[in-house]
Design a protein around this ligand. Structure first.
Ligand code: ZN
Length: 407
């Protein structure tokens, strides 16, 4: 890919994605296979005035070695210095940029004690994560690693596969024009208009139907809010947490999901693929999961903690989204969740509750917002999906018709 295009993309991530402010600390999380792009991105952060940029490298193959040789209690433990690092994050509120590049199957075959360890460590991290929620900018974007590219394009050479995945990433992230920053401003404005309309309706419920058997409804919290595109920290800095982003989302009342949903795309979870599955809810809780492939992984996702049985997100994505139009399964939630309407089991988003700034996580929970160590999206949007909204006074408002916006 041409250097100028990559430079534009790095600038887009630093400026529109993370919106790095003067003297801010930045942490970039990246795979070992991306030194060149990370260098470029680091430079763009400094050009925006970053005080210090730090990189945390990861390498799945190394994780596997650790999981194989470390004892369960060692693998699960969060060391004091790691807590100090987390506390530093809470104190300093660095910008965090996550670059996805690694093989989606990179953790395949990892020792099963790894997943237990992830759970234990996530529980320790949760209060730190809650403490920085909505107080710092963060952005997830992607760059093509070789193994990931070969997974999508197995018959091409490594070079050609990476080049094609670059084109796919830049197309779906709306980053392939000469002025991607202007394109993102227009895109964000459109998403904001849709949010404003939905929030103005005063919806109490969403009802989904599709020919594949999906027949499902979910209640919305009285103080619930739809969000999309750019986000704003409590300090007032605007940033884009996901590149790409096509969804308009909210967190539902966790106690209300009812009926059955059929997944319309496979779900790639920590190197495992779950296919042809359905989830049935009663009074908010998952009562049955069925998968043609990956049943045990799906069961694991729905039971990581008690709250994993409940929904934390419903998101609306029209079928015209560039990710859907690309026709690709990226094996990455960042992309795949933006291909179709989806739900997520687990954690809800505080910012989806009006006035969340003054409420504790316990108070938000009382209002119906789920709280979990888990947040796993799965796609249910179908070409023929209809979604109706029901307002406080019982009016039925079409939200989606045939897989796309009805307004
Ligand atoms: Zn989502």
């Amino acid at each position: 890919m041409k250097k100028t295009v990559l430079r534009n993309y790095a600038r887009l991530i630093a400026k529109v994605g993370a919106n790095v402010q003067k003297d801010q600390e930045v942490i970039i999380f990246a795979g070992l296979d991306q030194p060149e792009f990370v260098k470029m991105l680091t430079e763009e952060c400094y050009k925006l005035g970053a005080g210090k940029v730090r990189v945390e490298w990861s390498y799945d193959a190394l994780e596997k070695v650790h999981a194989r040789y470390q004892k369960q209690r060692v693998l699960s433990r969060t060391e004091e210095w790691e807590k100090a690092k987390l506390q530093h994050m809470v104190d300093v509120l660095p910008v965090r940029i996550f670059l996805e590049s690694e093989d989606p199957d990179g953790l395949n075959g990892i020792h099963k004690r790894y997943f237990k360890a992830v759970q234990a460590r996530a529980a320790v991290r949760k209060p730190y994560r809650d403490a920085i929620d909505n107080k710092h900018q963060w952005c997830i974007a992607a760059v093509p690693g070789v193994a990931w590219a070969k997974k999508l394009y197995p018959t091409r050479s490594k070079r050609q596969a990476v080049e094609q995945l670059w084109r796919d990433i830049l197309f779906t992230a709306r980053a392939d024009s000469d002025d991607p920053i202007a394109v993102w401003q227009a895109h964000n404005a459109d998403l904001k208009r849709r949010c404003a309309y939905l929030n103005g309706l005063g919806l109490t419920k969403l009802c989904y139907r599709a020919a594949n058997g999906t027949d499902f409804s979910v209640g919305l919290m009285p103080r619930g809010r739809f969000h999309a595109g750019a986000d704003t920290t409590l300090q007032g800095v605007v940033f884009n947490p996901n590149m790409p982003t096509e969804e308009v989302f909210t967190s539902p009342d966790r106690r209300t999901a009812q009926g059955i949903v059929y997944a319309t795309k496979p779900l790639s979870f920590q190197g495992n693929l779950i296919e042809d599955f359905s989830v049935r809810f009663e009074a908010g809780r998952v009562v049955e999961v069925k998968a043609e492939k990956g049943q045990s992984v799906l069961e694991y996702i729905a039971s990581m903690d008690e709250a994993s049985h409940y929904l934390g997100e419903c998101a609306l994505v029209p079928k015209e989204s560039p990710i859907n139009r690309s026709g690709l399964l990226f094996y990455s939630t960042l992309f795949d969740e933006n291909a179709a309407c989806h739900l997520a089991l687990g954690d809800g988003f505080p910012e989806c509750v009006e006035g969340f700034e003054d409420l504790s996580r316990e108070e938000l929970y009382e209002l119906g917002l789920n709280s979990s160590i888990n947040h796993t999206d799965f796609m249910i949007g179908a070409e023929d999906m209809d979604i109706d909204g029901v307002t406080e006074d019982g009016r039925v408002v079409p939200i989606f018709r045939n897989g796309t916006w009805a307004f």
